[in-house]
Design a protein around this ligand. Sequence first.
Ligand SMILES: [Fe+2]
Length: 233
Amino acid sequence: MIPSNRRDVLRAAAAVGTVALASAAPVARAAPRIAKPSPQVQPALGYAPDALAPAISAQTVDFHYNKHHKGYFANLAKLVAGTAMAAASLEDVVLATAGKPDQRALFNNAAQALNHNLYWQSLTPGGSAPMAALEAAITRDFGTRAALEAELAKAAMGQFGSGWAWLASDAGKLKVLATGNADTPLTMGMTPLLVIDVWEHAYYLDKQNRRADYVAAILPLLDWAGASARLTA
Ligand SMILES: [Fe+2]
């Protein structure tokens, strides 16, 4: 089979046990645009642990960032130790292992590490405004930012069990979608722009089972400027 895009190349390489990541494949039209591949190292929080309060308490940030998120990186490090995957970016590990039942643990931990990287980057104290290109895309695809936020909230509330609500770019078109567990629009050929974590660990200490309260509280903290940068990267 001739691989048709970067994801196929990575899957084919993984299947034969050789992940030629550095030389892999021209980025094809459908491949997600990755401005800067994420290393297998937990990024620092871009703000103080209490900077998102009261929407998200310092205690929740502490557990979420220092236990859950850090734990995915720790598990990932054990799983890739001594393998060709050890030097790969998180995106490449996710793309190479998605949909492979025998690599489920590797996919889950790499994808959860990557999804949480974007989650923390999707929030900023006080929120921010989109830049021109994203503002225009929002107007074109949703009408208003309020309408888009309503779609995000609906996706977050509609996700049964653990998962994520996303704003993603599908070849430039904005899409809102939800995924379960560790799944990400990256493996669907889209570029994730913003994400809301709807695993219970994201809100249970603050809101108990009231996911709607958590979602409503963090919508004003979304970093639309950061999403703008990802759209135009
Ligand atoms: Fe989480």
